[in-house]
Write a protein that binds this ligand. Structure first.
Ligand code: KG4
Ligand code: ZN
Length: 382
């Protein structure tokens, strides 16, 4: 079956077409087309994502992205426009809180034949509620006009599924997933698809959030993760020993929870001590911060592997794009040959709609469909 994936939970507007087959044990995916617009440049001047701005941008971008997506897959067949006023009225109702999207929708959708798509998978949480609603309402409008079902997707389940798009990858259960993104830091245990147990999570800031906040303190643009990583790598390559020490919060806490806000405060104090930081100071801070975060993530994950003996270890979410973190987990995996390490390709680490279509297929196999869907900003895994 062919699934249209829709992702609008934060500042990426993303669509995908994924051909999906196989059963829960061997799901198979072929990406037919993908279209993504990152709004980071627009949010950069505000130092972080502004929900109402994200909502407006999603509304503006979805139809041009859909057009591009369908054209790339050769799925776009023009039809002689037949205005159906009943349908138009219904679309206006479905999209009444997304008027800008409604206008673009009514202008474009009636001009194409229904594409060869069997279902729509959409992120309904967690995330920024106004942003999530745009995707959910868009899915409802398309579902109505094309008469195909909607499969609701938890964004975090999307991250868990993301390694499956690397050829030859199979998730063996029980699996342990470390989800590290801008909004989440969670260790999740799963015995089978659709059943998740969060064994630990952050008590305050998410890892990505800590990267972004520390980057801001260092005067680096949003999103800060990739910027910190570049500075940290420069310091590592220089071979000069660092004299700076930052804490490893909760590393010995004997549970699976995390805390990163104190680490950010420690960086703030260091910067106050230094006064005006030089480029070298910034590189040292970036490196020590990245090391501290990585050591905590690795230590907690190691403890969980020892306790639960998973067959697969999944590291996913935007922060898993970090090279130092990836390498550190590759090293950890050498200690546990029975646990297969699965990390998505870098382009699938950060938010995208391919993983949403993938999780949609899993949920389709689990028979989770819904046409009375609501956005849920605080949706939990479970
Ligand atoms: O999963 P994601 O794209 O969005 C959320 O669901 O939150 O994650 C975004 C987060 C941001 O905080 C960003 O700074 C971080 O992932 N990030 C990184 C890197 N690339 C993205 N953090 C550290 N190193 C990176 N290379
Ligand atoms: Zn994400």
């Amino acid at each position: 079956m062919i699934i249209l994936g829709i992702e609008t939970s934060c500042d990426e507007t993303a669509l995908s077409l994924v051909e999906s087959s196989g059963n829960l044990e061997h799901p198979k995916f072929k990406v037919l087309s993908t279209s993504l617009f990152s709004q980071t440049k627009l949010h950069e001047i505000h130092g972080g994502v502004v929900p109402m701005l994200a909502k407006r941008e999603h509304q503006k971008n979805l139809i041009p992205l859909l057009k591009n997506l369908l054209e790339k897959a050769n799925f776009s067949n023009p039809k002689s426009e037949t205005q159906n006023s009943k349908q138009i009225e219904e679309i206006k109702k479905i999209l009444e809180r997304e008027q800008e999207l409604a206008l673009l929708f009514i202008e474009y959708i009636p001009t194409i034949e229904k594409p060869n798509v069997d279902a729509i998978a959409v992120t309904y949480g967690p995330g920024l509620e106004p942003a999530l609603w745009v995707g959910v309402s868009f899915a409802k409008a398309l579902s109505y006009i094309w008469n195909i079902p909607i499969i609701p997707v938890n964004h975090m389940e999307g991250h868990i599924v993301s390694p499956l798009f690397t050829a030859g990858t199979k998730i063996e259960f029980p699996a342990l997933a470390l989800l590290i993104s801008g909004g989440h830091t969670e260790l999740v245990l799963t015995e089978k698809w659709g059943e998740y147990k969060v064994i630990g999570k952050t008590r305050d800031d998410a890892v990505g959030e800590a990267f972004d906040k520390v980057a801001r303190l260092l005067g680096l643009p949003y999103p800060g993760g990739p910027q910190i990583s570049i500075l940290a790598e420069k310091q590592r390559q220089s071979g000069i020993a660092s004299t700076l020490a930052l804490p490893r919060p909760m590393i010995n806490s004997n549970d699976y929870d995390f805390s990163f806000s104190g680490l950010k405060t420690s960086v703030l104090y260091k910067l106050k001590e230094i006064g005006k930081p030089s480029e070298k100071n910034k590189e040292e801070i970036a490196r020590e911060f990245e090391d501290a975060v990585t050591e905590v993530l690795v230590a907690k994950t190691k403890q969980a592997i020892e306790e639960f003996g998973p067959q697969s270890l999944i590291i996913a979410g935007g922060v898993s794009a970090n090279s130092h973190i990836r390498k550190s987990f590759e090293k950890l995996a050498e200690e546990f040959p029975q646990t297969k390490l699965l990390i998505p390709g870098k382009e699938l680490s950060t938010d995208n709609a391919i993983m949403i279509a993938g999780a949609g297929y899993i949920n389709f196999l689990l028979k989770k469909e819904s046409n009375s869907l609501k956005a849920e900003g605080n949706l939990q895994l479970g």
